[in-house]
Design a protein around this ligand. Structure first.
Ligand code: HEC
Length: 224
């Protein structure tokens, strides 16, 4: 009997193709539950990896996609299907075989492919309802792993990682970031008021993120 039950549940598990259904929650609840935050995580990632010049920005909008705002991202019904990463073209394009023409960001575009952590973040956001949350940014907490690294991950590594980073500057792990904030000009470039020199290229980050990086540096830029 026990064996029968186990085999039955294994069979049910294998034959079940449905994606897990997440409860629908309000934006406030999503923040309380620490869901992936659209404004502070998804939007910067898509702006820096997809909405670059000649791609899905406001001017070029390849394939009609303007990935610079929530409305632009949700404009095409099939691009993001809330609650189903499998039906979302966004998820498909970033997990496609890199030899396929539909793979994004295109190979040789100078933009790094998304990391598995970034892909997981997009998947989670879709499954959590693809909400337009803005859970704010908190300057009182600034450890490297939970606050500083995600800022670089969402805003910089699209162009500063991999085999052919822009200006040979790598910002994809602690020692590279440490080098660049202590000996390089990362701090002055993220604080620059000139559109030609500010980093990321898509535009200056909000004050809160700049403050977190500065406070972390003032406190010794620890690998915490
Ligand atoms: C869309 C691509 C892109 C993104 C995203 C990007 N950069 Fe850059 N970055 C460049 C390019 C191209 C250059 C070289 C041109 C220039 O100096 O402006 C550059 C140059 C720099 C330089 C100057 C390096 C030197 O040798 O003087 C720094 C520092 C820098 N980036 C830091 C950052 C940081 C920090 C972030 C994230 C907050 C970031 N970049 C995001 C493309 C990017």
């Amino acid at each position: 009997m026990k064996f029968y039950l186990i085999s039955l549940s294994v069979l049910l598990f294998i034959s079940c193709e449905h994606e897990p259904i997440m409860p629908i929650v309000s934006e406030q609840e999503a923040c309380d539950l620490s869901y992936v935050d659209f404004t502070n995580s998804i939007l910067p990632l898509l702006r820096n990896s997809c909405a670059t010049t000649n791609c899905h920005d406001e001017i070029t909008h390849e394939e009609g996609l303007r990935l610079t705002s929530y409305n632009g991202i949700m404009d095409d019904d099939e691009f993001v299907v809330a609650g189903s990463y499998k039906k979302s073209e966004l998820y498909e394009s970033i997990t496609e075989d890199p030899n396929d023409d539909d793979f994004m960001p295109p190979v040789n575009s100078g933009i790094a492919p998304l990391t598995s952590a970034q892909i997981q973040m997009i998947k989670d956001w879709i499954m959590q309802g693809a909400l337009e949350t803005d859970c704010g940014c908190d300057t009182t907490s600034y450890t490297f792993s939970s606050d500083v690294f995600p800022i670089f991950e969402n805003n910089c590594i699209a162009c500063h990682s991999g085999n052919n980073p822009n200006t040979n500057l790598l910002l994809s792990n602690y020692s590279e970031i440490y080098q660049s904030v202590i000996n390089g000009n990362t701090i002055s470039r993220i604080k620059s008021n000139l559109t030609d020199s500010v980093m990321p290229q898509s535009g200056k980050m909000d004050d809160c993120k700049i403050k977190i990086i500065e406070k972390w540096v003032e406190n010794g830029a620890q690998d915490d």
